[in-house]
Design a binder for this molecule. Structure first.
Ligand code: UGA
Length: 465
């Protein structure tokens, strides 16, 4: 059966609505339309809707603007702020709104999720499936099922499912069109068949599918993110041990990664994880587990979080050391603000946190990020921002690399050395070639790697010269 046959069979071709057009929702809506579905994207934010309708993706995501153009040109994708229109349009409604960390607590703030489900449920008048994609505490889908059925004119005819999303920022298109696996959390065969119809092209490509109950589907998502965060903090904990022993965490990670059972991915030591997902998800998971009386089972996530935060402090320590013991009045070039490269997202960004801490210790911090300057400036207006890398490092006494953009990797250390006042660099992401920097006369430091080698080598060169 071809894609066209699949999608044109009336019983198996749901019309799709996507509620919430942030990273997740916009990508989902666009990719569903590209795959051949009729899609309506809905958001309460008129600005987002206007931007998307006019072909502009309101955040940085490689490849997504091209897919938006393709989807709009197909005539299958439109956007609206109207929930009545959404209820009328959709057979399967995907809810993709945010679940940020609640103010003053580690719990997830579910107000946007609750509101999206309720607003839809009140308006839907024909049998339909509501599907949550947002990351939520376990038990939310069961609670929402009761909630939506109590407010819906359809009562129990309105069903709910959970379809967790595993896309990574920077790879959002690829992860959506060719995911590693699909997970359907369902309470009925009908719900499963509606989801199968909603992902027909992906399933036809032999993508593994796991069908689960609602609670397991919710848990898959937080368990996956917790595992990834734990793996990162594990290698960063080893970096701490390396710092105390003179061992080298980079070589350690390389050796560990060759073991197939461990693998090299997410074993990259450095400044640790940030962003809108991993930090808040492990905190919300721990909080929820405590509510459920199984807090001990995931108590280690508190350590995972603490190790992660300590990397930021240790990075500041290294910059201070290179500055001679005090940051007061020291000019520091902070390369990177986004929580990772190929993103303009600065939510819980380790880079910006370090820049902020340096600033609070009296440093003059000049931040440059290829894509995230604008968002960073809104979050931390007190820092200074440069439009180019050259401007950021101009007369810098210490350079600190905080986000491993290709632009920073590509820099020639000889050339960089001519722009700065002090050839001192902290490579907080292990992104640079230490030998090249040292050969060019830089005092190069990285978390979890011995400094003696570099210093000795540099001294040797000076002696030789
Ligand atoms: C993460 C998950 O990887 C996705 O599977 C998930 O769908 C998403 O959260 C979500 O819940 O929506 P994302 O936040 O885009 O995706 O970023 P990651 O690529 O996971 O990186 C997270 C952080 O870990 C970044 O700050 C990155 O610099 C850091 N990291 C990653 C390391 O410090 N070391 C590594 O080895 C890998």
């Amino acid at each position: 059966m071809t894609l066209h046959d699949t999608l044109s069979a009336p019983t198996s071709t749901p019309r799709i609505t996507v509620i919430g057009t942030g990273y997740l929702g916009a990508t989902h809506a666009i990719c569903m339309a590209v795959m051949g579905y009729e899609v309506l994207g809905v958001d309460v934010d008129q600005n987002k809707i206007d931007a998307l309708s006019s072909g502009r993706v309101p955040f940085y995501e490689p490849g997504l603007p091209e897919k938006l153009a393709e989807a709009l040109a197909s005539g299958r994708l439109s956007f609206s702020t109207d929930f009545d229109a959404a209820a009328e349009f959709g057979d399967v409604h995907f809810v993709c709104v945010g679940t940020p960390q609640a103010e003053g607590s580690h719990a997830a703030d579910l107000r946007y999720v609750d509101s999206a489900f309720t607003e839809l449920a009140k308006r839907i008048t024909r049998k339909a499936l509501l599907v949550g994609k947002s990351t939520v505490p376990i038990g939310t889908a069961a609670r929402l099922t009761e909630l939506v059925q109590s407010v819906s004119p359809l009562g129990t005819e309105l069903e709910l499912a959970w379809n967790p999303e595993f896309l990574r920022e920077g790879f959002a298109v690829q992860d959506t069109l060719r995911p590693d696996r699909l997970v359907f959390g369902v309470a009925s065969e009908w719900a499963e068949s509606r989801l199968r119809a909603s992902f027909a092209p992906i399933l036809e490509a032999d993508t593994p599918l796991v069908v689960a109950d609602l609670a397991t589907a919710e848990l898959v998502k937080v368990a996956a993110n917790s595992f990834l965060a734990t793996k990162i903090s594990y290698i960063n904990a080893m970096a701490e041990v390396c710092e105390a022993t003179g061992a080298d965490v980079r070589t350690l990670a390389l050796a560990l990664g060759y073991d197939d059972r461990i693998g090299p991915r997410f074993l990259k030591p450095g400044l640790g994880f940030g962003g809108g997902c991993l930090p808040k998800d492990i905190r919300a998971f721990k909080h929820r587990a405590e509510e459920l009386g199984v807090g001990q089972a995931v108590a280690f996530l508190g350590e995972v979080d603490a190790i992660n935060t300590r990397r930021r402090e240790r990075t500041v320590d290294l910059v201070r050391e290179l500055a001679g013991g005090s940051l007061d009045g020291v000019r520091v070039a902070a390369l990177g603000a986004a929580f990772k490269p190929n993103s303009d997202d600065v939510r819980d960004a380790p880079a910006l946190d370090v820049a902020r801490m340096l600033y609070l210790e009296g440093a003059t911090v000049i931040v440059y990020d290829p894509e995230a300057n604008h968002n960073a400036q809104r979050a931390y207006p007190d820092l200074d921002y440069a439009d180019t890398l050259a401007e950021a490092v101009d007369r810098a006494e210490v350079v600190v690399l905080l986000t491993e953009w290709d632009e920073f990797r590509a820099v020639d250390p000889e050339l960089l050395g001519t722009l700065v006042t002090g050839k001192s660099i902290v490579d907080a992401r292990h992104a640079l070639d230490a030998d090249r920097y040292r050969a060019a006369g830089w005092d190069y430091r990285a978390l979890g790697t011995p400094i003696e080698v570099g210093v000795a080598r540099r001294d040797d060169e000076e002696v030789a010269a």
